[in-house]
Design a protein around this ligand. Structure first.
Ligand code: SAM
Ligand code: SF4
Length: 330
């Protein structure tokens, strides 16, 4: 590879400084849109080890990846999560470490996560109503999750982003409660338009609401759209002079959603997914067995990127390989 091929770029001119790494597909929640029946049977193959993850991320950083998000399943179920994070922090080239969690044990884990190197934190909070939260997640635990977020704020995590999946039974009162939170605290509350996956078609048909309803509400309240950053996620964010925090929307069905794609995904078992809803899966694991294969890994990544398609086909109901987002982390 020549020096000018040392970054990942696809056939559409998109660059990929951002890796989303799933470290487990196990989860302790039963979110209605994701794992309504709890944990499904998963393949016997073990999750990537600490050493394999280190080699994987080293390979990616040599190709211009600067940001890594740890996700799952529920990444905090992994006993060695903080070691994985601090190993990654020490890899030259990494400048942003992020985590997406359901916040189940954030109250206890937040100091360790901070010391390990996480700064950007996404926590899923689908409702501020304790009863609805319990119905959506299978856990009567809203207060504990909110205490964890408050602890994270005090420790200095930033940015803190709250993920809220937008469902048809989301009420005006709920919207107001989230607005109040963003008015008060310096965090970003992002609504995620419900995505169809292999397992949730009936639920999707019943509960999907177009994300533009949120944009219209925000604009009518005086919010203005903010510019995107290079390693930013898929959300469009809005701010308002009277609010300490920001509101946002992730709308995968919107026109041009894929044109700003800047991220690649690897499953907990080491499979590269070029798109969340793609139909291809490429095992990288054979190239993670020892340190001598970094270059071969990088060459493979380069050549696979040529297969990345311009857009997902969700609009046509093609959800690709993904049965539910717990297999890949969103
Ligand atoms: N367990 C962690 C959590 O819930 O934050 C990380 C993994 S979870 C798959 C990542 C994000 O995907 C969460 O914010 C979750 O709400 C969102 N998600 C899961 N399934 C979804 C779906 N079908 N449509 C939209 N968002 C979904
Ligand atoms: Fe678990 Fe996250 Fe899926 Fe909820 S959305 S079931 S917390 S992986």
């Amino acid at each position: 590879m020549s020096p000018d091929t040392q970054t990942l770029q696809d056939g559409f001119g998109r660059r990929f400084p951002y890796l989303r790494l799933s470290v487990t597909d196990l989860c302790n929640f039963r979110c209605t849109y994701c794992l309504p029946n709890g944990q499904p049977k998963t393949p016997d193959r073990a999750f990537l080890s600490r050493a394999e993850i280190h080699r994987l991320i080293t390979g990616f950083t040599g190709l211009g990846v600067t940001k890594v998000r740890f996700t799952g399943g529920e990444p905090c179920l992994r006993q060695d999560l903080c070691e994985l994070i601090s190993d990654t922090r020490a890899i030259p080239g990494i400048s942003e470490l992020a985590l997406t969690t359901n916040g189940y044990n954030l109250l206890q884990l937040a100091p360790e996560l901070y010391d390990a190197g996480i700064r950007a934190l996404n926590v899923s909070v689908d409702s501020l109503d304790p009863g609805r939260f319990a119905r959506l997640t299978g856990h009567d635990r809203l207060d504990r999750v909110l205490e964890g977020i408050e602890r994270a704020r005090q420790l200095g995590f930033a940015p803190i982003k709250i993920n809220v999946v937008l469902l048809r039974d989301f009420t005006d009162a709920e919207f107001e409660a989230f607005l109040d939170w963003a008015r008060r605290d310096d965090l970003s509350i992002r609504f995620i338009e419900l995505m169809q996956t292999g397992d949730n078609l009936a639920f999707f048909r019943e509960q999907h609401v177009c994300g533009s309803t949120i944009t219209e509400r925000l604009q009518s309240c005086g919010f203005r759209q903010r510019p995107r950053t290079l390693t930013g996620g898929p959300a469009v964010e809005f701010d308002h002079p009277d609010f300490r925090g920001r509101m946002g929307l992730i709308a995968p069905y919107s026109k041009d959603f894929c044109t700003t794609c800047n991220r690649l995904r690897v499953t907990a078992r080491g499979d590269l997914r070029l798109c969340l809803f793609g139909n291809e899966s490429h095992s990288l694991r054979p190239l993670l067995a020892d340190n001598s294969q970094t270059r071969a890994l990088q060459e493979k990544l380069h050549s696979l990127l040529g297969n990345k398609t311009a857009s997902h086909l969700l609009h046509q109901g093609d959800t690709g390989l993904i049965p539910h987002l717990a297999t890949l982390g969103g």
